[in-house]
Design a protein around this ligand. Structure first.
Ligand code: PNS
Length: 169
């Protein structure tokens, strides 16, 4: 039996912390679908398609990983693709409350789907997409913190938004 897992997130943009979780989950499960959520509540910097494209580029070396976008309930999406496992990354204690809430709600909605947590590697424990954007906007160096294809796209987006000048990042 093939074990298919789904790794959901906003990925605005994907970071090396996300990629670390993806690479490790891809070694555990037969198939991993990275599911990029619309998430209008967060007002993402990048469009859904741009976020999915960056995840695809970052995961190009992983043959059992594919990337999809979704709208609506995660458990409905997981069911629609036949995934029995939801993978989430866990960084610090601060993540626990929210993740516990979401895992419990998802189990209530779909008891047949299990949430599995992967502890983020220590070197990425402090990373988040929000922090990456803040540092980049303020002219800090984010090399080594995001997959290489993200750097030019983030620079381009911040220039387009007037947040940095062409020489920034
Ligand atoms: O990367 P994020 O922003 O932490 O990802 C959050 C995400 C997309 C996993 C979460 O918001 C989600 O599952 N959204 C889909 C809508 C849904 O199912 N909501 C109920 C969750 S209990």
């Amino acid at each position: 039996m093939v074990t298919r897992a789904v790794y959901p997130g906003t990925f605005d943009p994907i970071t090396n912390g996300h990629l670390d979780v993806i690479e490790r989950a891809a070694r555990i499960f037969d198939e991993l679908i990275v599911a990029v959520a619309t998430n209008p509540a967060k007002q993402p910097l990048f469009s859904l398609e741009e976020r999915a494209l960056m995840v695809r580029e970052a995961c190009a070396h992983l043959p059992n990983v594919s990337v999809e976008t979704f709208n609506g309930l995660l458990v409905e999406f997981a069911r629609s693709i036949g995934a029995k496992v939801i993978v989430k990354g866990l960084r610090a204690i601060s993540d626990f409350d929210y993740e516990f809430q979401m895992a419990s709600m998802n189990r209530k909605l779909a008891p047949d789907i299990e949430t599995v947590f992967i502890m983020t590697s220590l070197e990425y424990a402090y990373l988040s997409s929000s922090l990456i954007k803040e540092v980049a906007m303020l002219g800090g160096c984010i090399e080594g913190l995001v997959p290489p294809p993200v750097l030019p796209r983030l620079r381009e987006k911040l220039v387009e938004r007037g947040c940095i000048s062409h020489s920034g990042l």
